[in-house]
Design a protein around this ligand. Sequence first.
Ligand SMILES: Nc1ncnc2c1ncn2[C@@H]1O[C@H](COP(=O)(O)OP(=O)(O)OP(=O)(O)O)[C@@H](O)[C@H]1O
Length: 280
Amino acid sequence: MSLIQITNTEADADIDSHHSRNIQADIAIEATALHKSFGSTHALKGVDLKVAKGEMTVLLGLSGSGKSTLLRCLNGLHQLTSGEVTVLGEAVHVAKARKLRALRSRVGFIFQHFNLVNRLTCLENVLIGAAGRIRGPRYGLLSYTKAQRREALGHLERVGLGDLAFQRADSLSGGQQQRVAIARALMQKPELILADEPVASLDPQNAANVMDLLFQVCREDGITVVCTLHQVDLALQWANRIVGLRSGEKVLDESTASLSKERVLEVYQQLDPDAEITTS
Ligand SMILES: Nc1ncnc2c1ncn2[C@@H]1O[C@H](COP(=O)(O)OP(=O)(O)OP(=O)(O)O)[C@@H](O)[C@H]1O
């Protein structure tokens, strides 16, 4: 082997290792051979999943296909039966409570039913997102610094609800409440947002607004988003990538750039031919 060949080989190895380091740095979620059982129900059957940082991924599948279970395994809300999950560099499958708490402070979770505190104002609900940054006991608004209150107001303005900051959360419509929940998640300064059917309780217009908001924070803030949905058209419109589950197995994992609606609808085939699918 000539000297020049040796040098090239070393240079290639260097580039390769640099490249793989960069790839690792660019991965937000990596799940391998993930199994989750609840008693005799095998909810996830060897699911592999890789999500790049800054990507918006939508999980689709029939009711009971394992979407929510997968989402909950990602931040340790469910303990895995077997397999490995690394999220934002943290090995969730072996993480102890303290590490899981630290990881969850970097992950915003959006729920179908918003999970706001009804009797509190929108601003107070958003400030709850900063609760992890507060030391000592909490006494309402005064527990937070002026800068934090200004920041919370900024998030409310961003989601278009600045003028409702001092209204009780339960006086808002469902779509508005979900936008407050997104503002609360942003207050956490998350690197990842997991959204479990965030638009399932909303009418089509509000559903589109909420999806647009999630898309915006993904694109503008570089926050990785993984979201479960039942609406194929919304998934195709907003996601960078669609992952399809059927009976706990991954049956689709493709960029939306090259994905047809027919191909996505195949995710719903096979089980119950009469099953109801929402396509808009
Ligand atoms: N905490 C639990 N205890 C027992 N079984 C559960 C639990 N959570 C989920 N399952 C079961 O695991 C399977 C997958 O449920 P999962 O909620 O993940 O499906 P999904 O695709 O999110 O459904 P949906 O679209 O209706 O929310 C189902 O058979 C469900 O009954």
